[in-house]
Design a protein. Structure first.
Length: 117
């Protein structure tokens, strides 16, 4: 059974940094696209960053140059390094694993990131 568990969220001041982790189990991690999404209450969930099995990355314009997505296939874990955090980065961050060709997608339970002074 697929399981994605996010960790690393919390409260941080503007300009600070956080590192989110997404530990997976029950999936062939190395063949999945991994992604981070975020959602603010009342808004749709939006893409933050994705990384392919080969390591190609894609970022939302709002986080380019500040966030870095990575993956460790030996640990079946994806990461999101967030620097220069802004108030508007406050959201629940969700990890996603997607095998597009087979139409499989899985979500984590989310981790809260709050940027506040």
């Amino acid at each position: 059974q697929a399981q994605l568990v996010e960790s690393g969220g919390g409260l941080v001041q503007p300009g600070g940094s956080l590192r989110l982790s997404c530990a997976t189990s029950g999936i062939a991690f190395s063949v999945y696209n991994m992604g981070w999404y975020r959602q603010v209450p009342g808004n749709e969930r939006e893409l933050v960053a994705t990384i392919t099995p080969a390591g190609s990355t894609n970022y939302a314009n709002s986080v380019k140059g500040r966030f870095t997505i990575s993956r460790d296939n030996a640990k079946d874990t994806a990461y999101l390094e967030m620097n220069s955090l802004k108030l508007e980065d406050t959201a629940v961050y969700y990890c996603n694993a997607a095998w597009v060709r087979l139409g499989r997608t899985y979500w984590g339970q989310g981790t809260q990131v709050t940027v506040s002074s």
